[in-house]
Design a binder for this molecule. Sequence first.
Ligand code: PEP
Length: 246
Amino acid sequence: MRQPLVIANWKMHGKSAFNEALVTDFLAKLMAGRAECVLCPPSVYLGQIAGLLDSSDVMLGAQDCSHIDEGAYTGEVSAEMLRDCGCTWVIVGHSERRQYHQESDALLAAKLAMAQRAGLTPVLCVGETQEQREAGEAEQVVRAQLLGALDDLSDYRHLAIAYEPVWAIGTGLTASPEQAQAMHEFIRDVMRELDARSAESLRLLYGGSVKPGNASELFAQADIDGALVGGASLDAEAFAAIVSAA
Ligand code: PEP
């Protein structure tokens, strides 16, 4: 009932020649399957990747957007500009932006609204740190992140949520399928409180060192509807295998 969704987050990696080889190789290895797939390159390469994806079903996304529509905000990229470049998706609130750019839940709420207004589907990232998990606070932290960013959203249908435990991002540590499922189930319960009707169709992605070797087990869980993939998305064969597993 929920179509699987797998999103590549290239972070700050790539150069023109590398990007072309990666996307060409990935498209050649990608088998027709059930999953929807999105590539999120650095914003300066969106035009290049849009051209490479032109005749495929793979969609284009951005890694962030501004919370402002336009104006004298040097360095910012608006949601409308991203839409104009061919994006249909945008990642919002990745833990690296929360950590290195001090992005607050209130700011993320504004970004989500701006993204949807421009016609983009935002993917809100949530997740606890190692210390928070060890202190038994994981659910409390994730619940606060969800309510803080989503409380005022008017459209819960054009949205996805990625659960990315901070301790599993880029570390090689993965939440066990049972740990990930438990948190996904909890997230769906919180989303039922916000909008009971859309919670069942809302796609919840897991992120944190997803690889071909652990993808199938994660995707087999009832509330895991796909993945947000960092490191492994820079390897055409590995990423194609993850998409096929979904
Ligand atoms: C990410 O960047 O969202 C991520 C999950 O990274 P990785 O797959 O490398 O852990």
